[in-house]
Write a protein that binds this ligand. Structure first.
Ligand code: FEO
Length: 170
């Protein structure tokens, strides 16, 4: 059995990850409407990864004899005004998710729950990568977003992203 606070935070994270998937699907739909199918693809893949994250939290709880309780998922709460706004909101959201992961880590550390800390290590690394990816997208849009040909090439580049299952196996 896990410490009650740690279990509660892990359960809350299921919802946060599903919300992330929902948010990124909203971004994908926005870019699809804009005719930027590469950006739409990139965020659809990202949404799949977020669903995987949620599933990992569910599985970890269940592997430790805990119940996974699903809560309602909020509406995507980001105003999508222009091509840059999803990218900036994406980075902000990932920084928020990083803070949540660190918070769970902190709770696990305080009760010497080394197993949960080891489970979360993968997410700490993953968050670093996701923040980097989000920053890179912003930089690319700043550099190339105003030039039609460059934007076309950037969109093509993002259309190449393919889904791969998470490297963490529980
Ligand atoms: Fe599941 Fe983008 O963090």
């Amino acid at each position: 059995m896990l410490n009650a606070k740690v279990a509660e935070l892990l359960n809350t994270q299921i919802n946060k990850e599903f919300y992330s998937a929902y948010l990124y699907l909203d971004f994908a739909n926005f870019y699809e409407d804009e005719g930027l199918k590469g950006f739409a693809n990139w965020y659809r893949v990202q949404a799949q990864e977020e669903r995987d994250h949620a599933m990992l939290f569910i599985q970890y709880l269940q592997n430790n004899g805990e119940k996974a309780t699903l809560e309602a998922i909020d509406k995507p709460g980001v105003a999508l005004r222009d091509r840059m706004s999803p990218l900036k909101a994406g980075l902000e959201h990932e920084e928020y998710v990083t803070s949540l992961i660190h918070n769970i880590y902190d709770a696990a550390y305080s009760v010497k729950d080394f197993r949960t800390m080891q489970f979360l290590d993968w997410f700490v690394k993953e968050q670093g990568e996701e923040e980097t990816n989000a920053s890179d997208l912003i930089k690319k849009m700043e550099l190339f977003g105003d030039d039609v040909k460059s934007l076309y090439m950037l969109d093509n580049e993002l259309s190449a992203r393919v889904y791969t299952a998470p490297s963490l196996v529980l």
